[in-house]
Structure formats: structure tokens, C-alpha cells
Design a protein. Structure first.
Length: 308
């Protein structure tokens, strides 16, 4: 994807500053350089204590995931044991296993709308949704757990509309990592257990509210390592990104959104946002959709086609 637009990575980075931002502050660690240790056995003791504490945290998290979701502790623990020893080799938006387009030569385009949640990301672009309804334009909605909490009535209404497909945008909107990698200063999940939690807790919330489990997952900031992507697959969700940057985290003007969408090719997956009503996203979509229809494009949901 990075070769499709100059400066695309910079624009994608605006996901943090725009639609999907929590504006997380960086916290420095304490300076331990002047602490003196006189007990020669303390290093080994501390190491053993830390390992014990880490194991307890791991067990607690596995138990928490089991209690909060339909996943069994046995299956979760099996994934933990399988993937914890593996060191990821890739990091980014286009790692192995992430799908970025529809596997078709037909003139179809999938609009995917993220609802990121958080202090700065829990708005609802009702005008955009009403336009899609009025013109019968289907879309796939990637919805974060925190956005659902702030907009439950709207979420339930959207989930009952056959125009819209509800998919998983994570529990805390974190980059999906097994080693704590970050993107745009957003700390990713730090372990296999945390990656599982980021996926399955929101999956279970969506399933409880709608009666239907999501099939696709998009991480916060759209960043992954390839191990985390495989974990998502084992949990029954396919990681999906995009090959058409539609609004750069809802920071594009309406003209920029329009121009981006008019660059669509057969099978394009467009990344846009439905949680920033003050942005140019809705107006840009409203301007582009009639023109794309005139060009012979059809709009589809992700579930309508195979992905690649």
C-alpha cells in the first residue's frame, strides 16, 4: 500500500491525531541508576519474584478472558503456549496474512468505516450513515468496544440494518502485537494473552449485542505483527486493512476524500471513518458515490467477496 500514494504512511499516522486518537501521553520510567543493592542474592531473588509475578499475571489474564468471553481457558492457553515462543519478524500495515483488497476483477468497491472510540473518537456521523441508507450503499463498519459503549443505541440500529456489516475494531484500539510494538506513539498489546484479549473481548461484546460474531478484525492504527495476525486467524477472524486511503484518519478535506475515492480500482477496499462528524469524510463520500456509480462501480460489503 505504501507505494500507492506519496506520503501515505504520514497520512495514515494521522489516525492517531485524528479519528482514532486518544492522545496518549508518553510516561517515562523511574531512574534507578542510584539504587544500591548490598545483598548478593537479591538479583536472583528479584528475578524469581518477577517471573512468579509475570506467571500470575498471565494466569489472571487467561482467566479474565475466559470469564468475559465464550473462549475456553484450555483453548486460550493452547494459543499462548503455541505462539509465545515465536519472535515476530514483521511489523506494519502489510504484514503476512493481512488482507487488503477484494479478490475480483469486477468493478466493485468496499467502503469500510472505522468507529474508533475513546475520548476523541466516540462521535457518530449520522449524516453519513443516513446518506448511505438513502442511496442504499452498503458498507462494512469496524467498531471499537469503547465506541459501542458510548453509542449503544445507534450501534444496535446499525447492526439490524442489512446494508451494514459489523466487524471488530478491537477492545482498546491498540496495535496488535505480541511484543509491545507501538505505532504513532500508541502502545500495542505486549503479549500473546493481551493480543487475544484485544480481539476476543470486543468480539464477544458484538456477538452478545447482535447475535452474530464478527469475521474480520482491524487493529487500532492498522498495525500488526505477523504472529498476532495468525492468532487472529486461529480465533476465527481475518485481519483486514485497505488499499485505498479514503480520509487519512478523518483529516482529509471533502475534496481530498472525493479525489481519493475516485482513484478506486476494481476490488478496492477504502478506509474511512464514521466517528468524526465534523470532518470532511461524509461530504467527500456524498460527492464521490454518484460519480463512481456513473463509472459502473458497485458498492459491496467485505463479506460479499473473497479477500486477498
Amino acid at each position: 500500500m505504501g507505494v500507492r500514494y506519496k506520503g501515505m504512511l504520514l497520512a495514515a499516522g494521522l489516525l492517531l491525531l485524528g479519528a482514532c486518537s486518544d492522545r496518549t501521553e508518553m510516561v517515562s520510567t523511574a531512574d534507578l541508576a542510584d539504587i544500591k543493592i548490598d545483598n548478593s542474592d537479591s538479583t536472583a531473588t528479584n528475578s524469581a519474584t518477577e517471573n512468579s509475578s509475570s506467571n500470575e499475571k498471565e494466569k489472571d489474564l487467561v482467566q479474565h478472558i475466559e470469564e468475559e468471553t465464550s473462549k475456553s481457558a484450555l483453548s486460550i492457553q493452547a494459543l499462548v503456549e503455541k505462539y509465545t515462543p515465536i519472535t515476530p519478524q514483521q511489523w506494519g500495515e502489510n504484514v503476512t496474512g493481512v488482507k487488503t483488497q477484494l479478490d475480483t476483477a469486477d468493478k466493485v468497491i468496499a467502503l469500510t468505516l472505522d468507529a474508533c472510540g475513546g475520548v476523541y473518537g466516540s462521535g457518530y456521523d449520522k449524516d453519513l450513515i443516513e446518506f448511505l441508507k438513502q442511496h442504499k450503499i452498503p458498507a462494512t463498519l469496524f467498531v471499537n468496544s469503547r465506541w459501542i459503549d458510548k453509542n449503544e443505541e445507534a450501534f444496535l440500529s446499525l447492526s439490524q440494518d442489512p446494508l451494514f456489516e459489523i466487524e471488530n475494531h478491537g477492545t482498546e484500539h491498540k496495535p496488535l502485537s505480541v511484543s509491545g510494538k507501538s505505532a504513532y506513539s500508541v502502545q500495542g498489546t505486549a503479549t500473546v494473552e493481551e493480543a487475544i484479549q484485544e480481539i476476543v473481548e470486543n468480539e464477544q461484546k458484538i456477538e452478545k449485542l447482535t447475535g452474530k460474531a464478527p469475521k474480520f478484525f482491524r487493529s487500532g492504527t492498522a498495525h500488526y505483527d505477523e504472529v498476532a495476525v495468525q492468532i487472529a486467524e486461529e480465533l476465527g477472524e481475518t485481519a483486514v486493512n485497505y488499499n485505498l486511503l479514503g480520509d487519512a484518519g478523518a483529516t482529509f478535506s471533502s475534496e481530498q476524500v472525493k479525489a481519493a475515492l475516485l482513484a478506486a480500482q476494481p476490488g478496492s477496499i477504502a478506509l474511512l471513518h464514521m466517528n468524526q462528524p465534523e470532518s470532511g469524510t461524509a461530504e467527500g463520500i456524498m460527492q464521490a458515490v454518484p460519480l463512481l456509480l456513473d463509472q459502473g462501480f458497485r458498492f459491496v460489503k467485505l463479506e460479499d467477496h473473497k479477500l486477498k
